[in-house]
Design a protein around this ligand. Structure first.
Ligand code: PA5
Length: 354
């Protein structure tokens, strides 16, 4: 059963005791602080001679790497590789810059990847709020960006984690973002937050409207290649963790070569497709999206297109992320679910630790 309205502030406050909506609204502020912290880390390894950047991390921390790759993969002077697991890619060596990103600092896969990077003599930086990774950084004399403790869960710290990563890469002169570009994104996000916050009523609040439109259906989040890709992944994972719902993400054009064939009669009314778009798409993308929506319609699946805001890839990725973050939190509240706790994930980690 869905809530009749998302416009009663008392109901929203009671339904969101962990304050997830407020944390999402603060992403712009986090970006500013995270970038400062990333560029302030005195001991950033020199970027000279670096042949690749490998960003390690899982879940809500690992996506910082996806964001950076989505926004800067097209302009970085070396490959930006995202590594999610225990093992580093084989090419990683002395000239690779490895960032081990873990909010808690205790994620076993990221700690294992960090140990491998140290053993191989890579240039390593850690990004974490504490935990084992912080202790190892200190013991090994590895530069560390310390994430502030005012946020209690990884996925609500994306602004800090991704901007700290960008700060490190900018200091090592691997990717371009300057403080100016980060400020522009932060300003855009503050503006967007005002359009999507709980006080903005449902008829003029895109995030509330999307949450209600998706309802109990499973979201298929389809991103056009480029900056929307990381946003697509984030929408999926936020729908999983905030709304506690299954969700899937894929990228256009690839999905036109397989997934689109899988939406037969059974898909009708079970799925809702959200297509994430951005201004720097390949010229063929417009006609491809139209054709894809027609194919969806023939399978009985409704679709909505969502456009990124801003003009740079970084603005595009974060504007799409903020809309999905708000929408997934509203989706939870609509269904009477607290967006903050992730009990299944937490139990699994406890079991693996014991
Ligand atoms: O959202 C979450 O809580 C998870 O996806 C975590 O980010 C993931 O388990 C990794 O933990 P950490 O971010 O502390 O490294």
């Amino acid at each position: 059963m869905q809530l009749a309205t998302l416009d009663d502030p008392a109901v929203i406050r009671a339904a969101d005791p962990g304050g997830m909506l407020g944390l999402i609204a603060g992403t712009g502020r986090q970006l500013l602080r995270g970038f400062e912290l990333g560029t302030d880390t005195g001991l950033i390894p020199s970027g000279e001679g670096i042949d690749a950047v490998v960003m390690c991390g899982m879940g809500g921390s690992g996506i910082a790497g996806d964001v950076v790759r989505s926004a800067f993969g097209g302009v970085a002077r070396v490959p930006l590789v995202v590594s999610k697991g225990y093992s580093l890619p084989g090419f990683c060596g002395r000239d690779s810059l490895v960032l081990a990103v873990s909010f808690s600092g205790n994620t076993e896969e990221t700690v294992a990847a960090y140990a491998q990077a140290i053993a191989r003599g890579c240039r390593v930086v850690t990004v974490c709020a504490g935990g084992e990774l912080a202790a190892l950084s200190e013991a090994d004399d590895t530069p560390r960006v310390s994430i502030p403790g005012d946020v209690s869960m990884p996925r609500a710290a994306l602004g800090y984690l991704s901007a700290a990563t960008m700060g490190v890469l900018s200091s090592a002169e691997v990717v371009p973002p300057e403080a100016e570009a980060i400020r522009a994104v932060a300003n855009l996000l503050d503006k967007l937050a005002a359009e999507l916050e709980p006080e903005r009523p449902e008829p003029e609040n895109k995030a509330k409207a999307l949450a209600r439109w998706i309802g109990e259906r499973t979201p298929l989040v389809w991103a056009t290649e480029g900056p929307a890709e990381a946003a697509g992944l984030r929408w999926k994972t936020q729908w999983n963790e905030n709304a506690k719902m299954a969700a899937f993400c894929s990228v256009l054009p690839e999905l036109d070569h397989n997934e689109i064939e899988g939406l037969g009669e059974a898909a009708r009314s079970r799925f809702a497709a959200v297509i994430l778009r951005h201004p720097n798409e390949h010229p063929r993308m417009a006609v491809r999206v139209d054709a894809t929506i027609d194919a969806l319609a023939r399978a009985g699946v409704e679709a909505q297109q969502v456009w990124a805001r801003g003009s740079t890839p970084l603005e595009a990725v974060f504007s799409l992320i903020m809309l999905g973050d708000f929408a997934s939190a509203y989706a939870a509240i609509l269904r009477g679910i607290d967006p903050t706790p992730v009990p299944v994930l937490t139990n699994l980690k406890e079991r693996l630790r014991s």
